[in-house]
Design a protein around this ligand. Structure first.
Ligand code: FES
Length: 105
């Protein structure tokens, strides 16, 4: 699986991901900037907010209510394709594109 992270300046980096990790863990492990993940994936910080590529968004499992609530409460400039990437699991053959918000640099 491959995850491509684009930051707010437009710089993109693709990393090889491990099935079962989250998209947040993959970023942290690879030193991808823009994903702070203060809470370590326990759904309480929203500093792992990403905008998922529209085509990819549809193929992801729907978000749980808790994630939805965190996004409303804590994420700056939420969009239709916003997700908290600690809640996105890497799956076999995944080719995911996400962009980090301007506020996370
Ligand atoms: Fe804190 Fe995702 S890492 S909500």
């Amino acid at each position: 699986p491959t995850i491509t992270y684009t930051d707010a300046t437009g710089a993109a980096r693709s990393v090889e991901a491990t099935v079962g990790d989250s998209v947040m863990e993959t970023a942290v492990r690879n030193g991808v900037p823009g994903i702070v993940a203060e809470c370590g994936g326990s759904l309480s910080c929203a500093t792992c907010h990403v905008f998922v590529d529209a085509d990819d968004f549809a193929s992801l499992p729907a978000m749980e209510e808790m994630e939805d609530e965190m996004l409303w409460g804590a994420a700056v400039d939420r969009q239709d394709t916003s997700r908290l990437c600690c809640q996105i699991k890497v799956t076999d053959g995944m080719d995911l594109h996400v962009t980090t918000p301007e506020t996370q640099v």
